[in-house]
Design a protein around this ligand. Structure first.
Ligand SMILES: [Zn+2]
Length: 221
């Protein structure tokens, strides 16, 4: 049952309520000095007014939908609880959550894996934008696995590992994205993170591709 009290600004001894039957409750609260929000609003009136009037506002009375809802609510209180079959699809989120947790536990058992350092959580890899070309997808995937033609071709050709042309460090995806000072100013234009995990999880992939294009490495990966 909804209970609402309106205090009349011009005539404070008038109390408007949608519930008539609760008025004795108010009177009891005021007389016994019980604290509540409503009584705290009303009690000052008891001090400044010798008497006051309660006025009932019909509220929802006569509204067909409200009456039906009240009847159904009363019926639900007395009716017996019927067990309903739960559809199998309701378990799907729990199954997915359980599998994800187990997968994450397994992934955490390989902290020295190179991919674990760049992708520590299994849900950190989001799908590539549909606007990406085949070339964009290939370059992005090579970035994220840390293997590219530029950095790992020597494994096929049996040559020495490539060195960075700017600082002579061993050339790697991490060196290009995180460490090489030659790309520092250009890097700041597109992202400010310094770890692979942050770069891959927080930087839009399009920004990474623009960075690679500007340092002239996009077509070499
Ligand atoms: Zn370098």
């Amino acid at each position: 049952m909804c209970l609402t009290v309106f205090l009349h600004n011009l005539c404070p001894s008038l109390l408007w309520s949608t519930s008539f039957v609760w008025h004795p409750h108010f009177i009891h609260c005021i007389k016994t000095n019980r604290k509540s929000y409503l009584t705290s609003q009303i009690q000052p009136l008891a001090i400044c007014c010798n008497y006051w009037h309660f006025c009932w506002i019909p509220s929802h009375t006569g509204i067909k939908g409200n009456s039906c809802a009240d009847q159904e609510a009363k019926l639900a209180v007395t009716s017996t609880v019927k067990p309903l079959p739960i559809p199998a699809s309701d378990f799907k989120p729990y199954i997915i959550q359980y599998i994800s947790l187990e997968w994450q536990k397994l992934w955490n058992s390989f902290p020295n894996n190179k991919l674990h350092q760049s992708h520590p959580t299994i849900n950190s890899i989001s799908p590539l934008p549909s606007s990406f070309s085949r070339k964009d997808q290939t370059v992005t995937n090579r970035l994220m696995i840390g293997h590219s033609r530029l950095t790992h071709l020597h494994l096929i050709t049996k040559e020495s590992p490539p060195l960075c042309s700017s600082c002579s460090c061993l050339l790697s995806i991490e060196h290009i994205l995180c460490h090489c000072q030659a790309y520092q100013s250009i890097r700041r234009k597109y992202f400010s993170y310094t770890s692979l995990s942050d770069i891959f999880s927080k930087t839009p992939k399009k920004q990474l591709l623009k960075f690679l294009t500007e340092i002239d490495i996009y077509n070499k990966l």
